[in-house]
Each structure stands twice: as C-alpha cells, then as structure tokens.
Design a protein around this ligand. Structure first.
Ligand SMILES: *[C@@H]1O[C@H](CO)[C@@H](O)[C@H](O)[C@H]1NC(C)=O
Ligand SMILES: *[C@@H]1O[C@H](CO)[C@@H](O)[C@H](O)[C@H]1NC(C)=O
Ligand SMILES: *[C@@H]1O[C@H](CO)[C@@H](O)[C@H](O)[C@H]1NC(C)=O
Ligand SMILES: *[C@@H]1O[C@H](CO)[C@@H](O)[C@H](O)[C@H]1NC(C)=O
Ligand SMILES: *[C@@H]1O[C@H](CO)[C@@H](O)[C@H](O)[C@H]1NC(C)=O
Ligand SMILES: *[C@@H]1O[C@H](CO)[C@@H](O)[C@H](O)[C@H]1NC(C)=O
Ligand SMILES: *[C@@H]1O[C@H](CO)[C@@H](O)[C@H](O)[C@H]1NC(C)=O
Ligand SMILES: *[C@@H]1O[C@H](CO)[C@@H](O)[C@H](O)[C@H]1NC(C)=O
Length: 578
C-alpha cells in the first residue's frame, strides 16, 4: 500500500536523528585546498558538516556558473533537487576517464540510479575539471530555466535551492555510501550565505522547551496525543529558531498550535498527562504555529524575522504528537519535546502563519488506481478581504501530504486572473518535508487561492480517504508571511449539502462559514513532468521516454501549452461527510 521507499522509512530515520544532533555546521570552513580560482564566484557554501565538499556559484541571466570541489578521488556529483531527495533531481556528474575529465547530465526518477539525460549539450556544460592530490573538482554552467520539465530543473536563482551531492574514491559512478552524500538548502542570489531549513547557531536567545510527559506508545496503528502548555511569562516573545527533538522512530509529526480563546475546561488540561483519546477529543486550538515532519532537522529564520507569542498574542499552546505504529510494536516509551529559541527584542518582520488546504480532514476520498489524482480547496476573497490594504508578504510554504503525495501547488487568482503561483512543489517526498523558501510574494486583500495536492493512488483498489492516519491522506499548505494578521485559516467546508467558505480569525473560537460564489475559478493546469517540451532548437522532445515512474501521467494533459484563462472550472471535491 505504501510506496516502496516508504517501507524503508523507519530505517531512514536513523540518519535523520543523527543529522539532527550533528547539524550545526562548523562556521566558515576553510576552503584553501580548493584548486580553482574562487574569486570568480560571488557565493559559496560548505555542503557537508566536515567541510570536505565546497560549492561556489555565480548567478547569471540565462546560465549560472557553479564550481564544486571535494576532498575525494573519484566521481563527484551535484544535483539540483526540489526537496533534497534524489527524485526529480537534475545532476551534474563529473569523473576522470582515461586521463580526461568527463561531465554528464543525469536525472533521477526516484531513489534509483540516475539516468543519462537526452540532452548533454545545452542544460549543463563543463568549463573545466580535474582530479589531483586527493581532490576532485569541476566548474560548469547550468541553464537557469528548464527546457524540458521532466529531466531538467528550473533553478531558484533568487530564492532557496536544494543541492544534493555525492562523492566517492572510485571513478565509476554508482551507489554511494551514506557518509558520502547529503543535502543542503541554500539561498542563491544573495551576497551572504543563508540557511533556513536547518540548525544554525543563533546568538542571544532564550529557549523554551515544550515537553510531553513520557508515555508508552499505544500499539494502535494511529495515535494522536495532546498536552496543553503555558508560554513563558511576558507580553511579546519572538521565536527565531526551532529545534524539534525526534525522540521516537514512530513519530509521524509534531505540531504546535496556538490557543487564542481557551475555555476554562481546556485550561484544566494544564499539567495533565497527555490526552491520547484523540477520537473523542477535538483540539480547539487552531492557530498553526509550527510543525516537525520527516525530513526536517530544525529551522532558523532569517535575521530580523520572528514568530510572536506571549500575552499580546496568545498564552497557551497545544502540543500534538502523532505516532504511527503499523507494526503494533509494544512497550516503546517516548518523551516528545520541541524547543523554541526566542528573543524579547522587537523584530523587523513579525511572522504570521496562514493555514490553506483541507482543514476538513475527513469526508473526502481520492479515486484509486490513478497515477495522478488531484484534490483542491479554495480560499475566497471574503476571508482575505480582511488583510490590510497594503497586503502581506509570503516568504515560505510548508506543503504537507502523506505517502501518496506527488506534487503540490498554491495558485493565486487576483481580480479574476491567475498570476504566478504562490508555490509549486514537484516530486514531493514524505521523508523529505521542509518549509519551501519563496522569493518574497505580495498577497493582497481579495486574493483567492487554490491549494491542490496531487497523489499517486495506483497501488490502491479502494477510494483513499482523507484522514488523520498515516495511511490516509491530507492536503495542507502552511504559509508563513509578515506582518502578522488576524486571519489564521482560509478554506472551504462541506456541510454535506453544500460547500461553504471557511474563515478562521484569532478573535473567534469557531470559524466563520459563509455562502460564496467564489469557490470556482479559471486556472492554469499543472504541467506534469513528462509533458512534451521544446528543445533549444525548437524541435519537440519526448520527455517521458525513460521514466518508469512518472511517464504517462494523465494522458489528456500532455499539452505543454498553457490553458491560461481557458475557463476550466474546478470541479469541487465530491465530498461525502461521514
Ligand atoms: C564565501 O562566502 C562568504 C560570505 O558568506 C565570504 O565572506 C567568503 O569570502 C567567501 N569565501 C570565498 C572563498 O569566496
Ligand atoms: C537553553 O537554555 C539553557 C540555559 O540557558 C542552556 O543551557 C541550553 O543549552 C539551551 N538549549 C538550547 C537548545 O539552546
Ligand atoms: C514507560 O512509561 C510509563 C509511563 O507511561 C512508565 O510507567 C514506565 O516506567 C516507562 N518505562 C520505562 C522502561 O521507562
Ligand atoms: C471514545 O469514547 C467512547 C464512548 O465513551 C468509547 O467507547 C471509545 O472507546 C472512546 N475511544 C477511544 C479511542 O478511547
Ligand atoms: C441536508 O439535507 C438534508 C436532506 O435533504 C436535510 O435533512 C438536512 O437538514 C440538510 N442539512 C443541512 C446542514 O442543511
Ligand atoms: C534539434 O536538436 C535535436 C536534439 O538536440 C537534434 O536531434 C535535431 O537534429 C535538431 N534539429 C535541427 C533542425 O537542428
Ligand atoms: C515517446 O517515447 C515513448 C517511449 O519511448 C514512445 O512510446 C512514444 O511513441 C514517444 N512519443 C513521441 C511523440 O515520440
Ligand atoms: C485541465 O485539467 C482538467 C481536469 O483534470 C482536464 O479536464 C482538462 O482537460 C485539462 N485541460 C488541459 C488543457 O489540459
């Protein structure tokens, strides 16, 4: 039922835990051993924790130049990836062959040997490379914009880009050892080297650790537990980094919710044992603060950003832990915790989080037996109309689905016209979740958003329900933005008879439901990987040729021509409320 790579999910938590502990990279690593002229590049970053792999870049208009060097004497590979996973990554693989340095462009359809790309001429071009004195290096140009969606990647030259790397002491390209590979999320196109989806040392912070008292993890396949916590005394604190602790292999996620109008009944949960009777407990705290999901080590905001808490905002949080125990393991204990690093000094950008996607976790189903099946929800202008006139600025989106998740997108419809999407995430991987950094995007009152998740249900024979269990599906997009506004969530709700708009505000305990005719919109179809695409000389290429995985997604959508404005109506989910 789960994709093959998910079956290995538990064992892959081993390195995750390790990287969470080791993840503070030594500051400015020496790179004097790098044999090429480093002054030709404006940016650089260490890719590994030891400083044995160094990356340099110079962003250009059509092509950008990258230099990479590793303290090893075999092939060296650099991949441009959507999620930090191999899936969909566009790679430059360099090695020595008969005294000559060779560079190949490869592409991975999944966690498999990346195949040679058809194009070895335009996308990636070698400028120089070599191997001597225990160092392998090369410099190459890569096109910023993909010609062909399937086996080339468009590089986020003005925002964050995942880089993956692998090296060896053997010049034959092949399977690499765990200690010879890694990933790093890097902001390109800025003078400084900035990392956000990891643990970066920050100065002058206080910390608050939210602890769920020890429990014995139930043998049930799915358990959610809740504990209520009071935030540290004070009016205004600003969280600037988060350090979740991945305390159990069975953790599926950790979420912190803000409680804006806690009832007296709710406050009785303070200091109590975790409430794991989740089927009979409806968490009333619905302000999303943050979450950990597989793939994340920690998160550190850019300088000047902070997520607020304290009596000016909210004073209680609900800590939700989700354990997934499909094997019914017995006698495993866990003490889950989450540390927030914060300051009391005012920050320039006070961050708010907006929940998009399907808050109505139950009551929808995905068609089984489909390589790509979409689920969409719409956030309407009645809700976003409460934003300030000057708008808000979105800077990251955390897309969340479960094991069948393939792609996700949040589209923006403004004044009836679709503009560039807020976020598109291709090749989602459950074990590689993260907060996607955006070029800063202005959102205005009256904007409408379509949040869509695409799933692969080809291994399912029964309709796949939305639901809280790992084996069910979800579709969320949590948007971080500034300055803080009172809107917490914007989506739709199906009563069983009709679909209403849903808006959740910090001032109300319950969401507002309203009738609206804004739940449909014309929009641009998703261009699937494998779509026909144009080679630089204008001939049509067949992008899906080699992929055993993605090829042949929805036959009817093979057009790369954009259906912008073609008035395709979103068919709202066929909802069956349980
Ligand atoms: C690497 O980047 C940093 C800025 O993040 C810069 O100070 C340093 O000089 C660069 N190093 C090299 C060798 O270019
Ligand atoms: C939290 O603060 C305490 C006391 O200042 C310090 O010992 C500890 O290392 C801090 N923890 C983290 C994760 O920063
Ligand atoms: C496991 O947790 C329970 C509390 O749920 C506790 O009673 C028990 O002693 C713990 N077991 C171990 C081995 O720590
Ligand atoms: C929820 O409450 C009902 C009725 O009290 C009970 O039968 C059921 O076992 C409870 N569910 C769980 C998961 O404890
Ligand atoms: C939905 O429709 C059914 C039958 O048509 C009716 O009994 C029920 O009250 C309606 N529910 C709502 C929420 O309108
Ligand atoms: C265009 O490029 C393709 C692939 O690089 C090549 O096979 C083809 O011959 C070229 N066609 C023309 C008209 O140059
Ligand atoms: C694309 O490649 C596939 C697999 O090789 C082949 O079956 C198909 O006919 C090709 N389509 C075109 C338009 O060349
Ligand atoms: C867009 O997607 C819809 C729904 O999947 C489909 O019916 C329609 O044919 C697609 N349009 C184009 C131009 O591909």
């Amino acid at each position: 039922m789960l994709p093959a790579h998910y079956a290995g999910g538990l064992s892959s938590l081993g390195p995750l835990i390790l990287s969470a502990l080791l993840a503070v990279p030594a500051a400015a690593q020496g790179s004097d051993w790098v044999p090429f002229d480093r002054s030709q590049f404006s940016g650089n970053a260490t890719l590994d924790t030891e400083g044995h792999v160094q990356l340099f870049w110079e962003i250009g208009d059509e092509y950008s130049t990258y230099g990479i060097a590793s303290q090893s004497s075999g092939y060296l590979a650099l991949g441009f990836s959507e999620t930090g996973a191999m899936t969909g990554a566009d790679m430059a693989v360099g090695y020595m062959d008969d005294g000559e340095f060779v560079l190949e462009n490869r592409w991975a359809s999944g966690f498999v040997t990346p195949q040679l790309s058809e194009d070895q001429e335009y996308n990636v071009r070698l400028q120089g490379g070599g191997q001597e004195d225990g160092v392998t290096w090369f410099i190459f140009e890569k096109k910023n914009t993909a010609d062909c969606l399937e086996n080339q990647v468009t590089v986020a030259t003005r925002a964050w880009q995942w880089f993956i790397y692998a090296f060896s002491d053997d010049n034959t390209f092949g399977q690499h050892e765990d200690e010879n590979k890694g990933k790093r999320y890097i902001k390109l196109g800025s003078e400084e080297t900035i990392f956000v989806n990891e643990i970066v040392e920050v100065q002058n912070t206080m910390n608050w650790t939210i602890v769920q008292p020890e429990i014995t993890i139930p043998t049930d396949e799915t358990t959610y537990c809740y504990t209520l916590h009071r935030v540290p005394e004070g009016d205004r604190h600003f969280m600037i980094a988060e350090r979740p602790r991945i305390s159990s292999d069975l953790l599926h996620h950790l979420v912190i919710y803000a409680c804006y109008s806690p009832s007296d009944d709710l406050l009785e949960m303070l200091g109590q044992e975790p409430n794991c009777d989740y089927e009979n407990f409806s968490n009333p705290c619905n302000g999303f603060v943050t979450e950990w999901a597989p793939g994340m080590s920690g998160r550190t905001f850019e300088d000047g950003y902070g997520k607020p808490f304290g009596s000016d905002f909210y004073e209680y949080v609900m800590f939700e832990t989700h354990y997934s125990n499909p094997a019914g393991l017995e006698g495993l204990n866990d003490t889950a915790s989450y540390t927030l690093l914060y300051t009391d000094e005012e920050v320039d950008n006070v961050i708010g989080s907006l929940t998009l996607g399907d808050l109505q976790v139950n009551g929808w189903f995905l068609e089984p037996g489909q390589e790509l099946v979409a689920h969409s929800t719409v956030c309407t202008p009645e809700c976003t109309g409460d934003w300030p006139e000057e708008g808000i600025t979105a800077f990251s989106v955390f897309h969340h689905m479960h094991a069948r998740g393939r792609h996700a997108r949040v589209q923006i419809i403004r004044d009836g016209e679709e503009i560039a999407p807020l976020s598109t995430l291709r090749d989602f991987e459950y074990d590689f979740q993260f907060s996607k950094g955006l070029e800063q995007i202005q959102l205005f009152p009256g904007d409408r958003f379509i949040t869509t998740c695409w799933y692969d249900t080809s291994d399912d024979t029964e309709p796949v329900p939305g639901g809280v269990a790992s084996k069910d599906e979800m579709c969320f997009a949590w948007v971080d933005y500034y300055p803080l506004s009172t809107i917490l969530a914007c989506t739709q709700y199906d009563t069983g008879n009709e679909t209403l708009g849903l808006c959740l505000d910090t001032s109300e305990a319950e969401p507002t439901l309203y009738e609206t005719d804004m739940l449909t919109a014309s929009y641009e179809n998703f261009t699937h990987p494998g779509d026909v695409c144009l080679a630089p000389n204008g001939t049509t290429q067949n992008g899906s040729a080699q992929s055993g995985n993605d090829g042949g997604d929805d036959d009817d959508s093979a057009a790369s021509t954009i259906s912008f404005g073609s008035a395709v109506l979103i068919t709202l989910l066929s909802l069956f409320v349980i």
